[in-house]
Design a protein around this ligand. Sequence first.
Ligand code: ATP
Ligand code: MG
Length: 558
Amino acid sequence: MSEEKSLNFLEDIIEQDLKEGKYQSIVTRFPPEPNGYLHMGHATSICLNFGLTKKYPGYTNLRFDDTNPLTEDTEYVESIKADIKWLGFEWKNELYASDYFEQLYQYAITLIKKGLAYVDDLTAEEIAKLKGTPTEHGKDSPHRGRSIEENLDLFARMKNGEFIDGAKTLRAKIDMAHTNMLMRDPLLYRIKHAHHHRTGNDWCIYPMYDFAHGQSDSIENITHSICTLEFIPHRELYDWFIEKLEIYPSHQYEFARRNLSYTVMSKRKLLQLVNDKHVNGWDDPRMPTISGMRRRGFTPKSIRTFCDKVGIAKRENIIDFSLLEFCLREDLNNTAHRAMVVLDPIKLIITNYENNKVEELPSENGPDENLGTRLLPFSKELWIEREDFMEIPAKKWFRLAPGAMVRLKSAYIIKCDNFIKDIDGNVTEIHCTYFPESKSGSDTSGLATKGVIHWVSVAQALTAEVRLYDRLFKVENPNSDSEDSGGDFKDYINPASLQTITTAYIEPSLKNATETMRYQFIRKGYFCLDKDATPEKLVFNRTVTLKDAWVKETKKEG
Ligand code: ATP
Ligand code: MG
């Protein structure tokens, strides 16, 4: 991935359009349906739409595609806005397809008057039956020949609530033998006596997606209306409405849906995970939602970099989740504050260190000098990581073992003299001596050690709950694996995706941790404070391991 990236196909089109003077500036929109929380797939679309108008003159609208009253909710509207802002983008206008209900109604009347739309009495099943197949022509509805007057009257009565749900529909009159099935007299309006989250009970007829989307684009003078590949067959209809209504010609362009390995990205499936309590809500740190990833500790920059690196494609593919983690580590490595935290403690006693003495040792907050240093209390009794000691050391073991020396990070070199075991054979205490002249920063001991381990002073340590996450699914593609085999994506849920450490020992400076801070727990990964934390009980999430977790344990040194 070189610095000088070639233009993606949309940038090519836009540069050409600007060069030819087709547009002076461009207008894009991000059109979420407020029926769930945004996920990483939406992030792609956001970065693309807003990114284009950052790069080229123009702006991006946020338009809620709220034409389906049954599944939509203001809670989702608010979360979507928060997520886009958090990602670092600003929309020009906040708009709602429902704002156009009256205008769309007028458009429908225009089509009726042109003899291009009619009211049908057939049920959804009957309509489907007459639709034909890709190789077989459809058949005209018996109501297709209604007069314009009759259609105008029936449509007005549909709007006025004279009919029950499903009793009538408004359909475009195109061609029941069209090769594109979507052009076979598509539905424009259906009757739904339902409360809408914005228009309340004003309407009992609601426009179909196809009748609302393109016209909304047109009303807003969207120049480049970008959507995903499944809408390719809809483009013909999109253009048909614009042509017949003689309105501003927006153009639709399609790119491939973004999929990520080891997760699912469909609001419908994510909602199932929430409802069936496989996760603890939409913002569960294991979810591929923007809110979940924010809670997990992902940074907006890492997500933007990821979207940028992956670019856009015209063919669907699965992007490896580890690329996203790579972008995250790159960002966090420079910005995260270092902290010492022991997740699986074992006590270490420095036998030649004075009782009750406490030294305050400086330790750097990060590789960037601007991050400064903090003071760590050091004393005779320390917690160290259980895995940093081996009773019988392996080959090339550079950490603690009987008789071995190791450096305590930002402190002294110690030598292990002894250890104590309980009756079950578990090591419970390690006894060491330290070398006073080996203090970090002023080491005159002449001793050489290869391993450096982290520690926390027992007397000053605070405790915290630490949550370690693994992938939510066991297989790379839970979508196709399940659907192809007739199974359910939920069969592939990783039962061990959350591991909770109830008592980790943390350095005292973490008492002031905030949700926006990012930390590197030295040698353990990147972490952030979870929203469940209280002043009495700190809770941290592991955002990501230091190295790719899925090649871990193969090579591990001190
Ligand atoms: P879902 O299937 O999860 O409900 P959707 O496409 O129905 O997704 P919308 O709220 O209708 O969700 O989508 C808003 C915008 O985000 C659309 O332009 C859509 O094309 C885009 N989008 C949604 N999912 C993805 C994805 N996986 N990759 C790229 N763009 C996506
Ligand atoms: Mg949708």
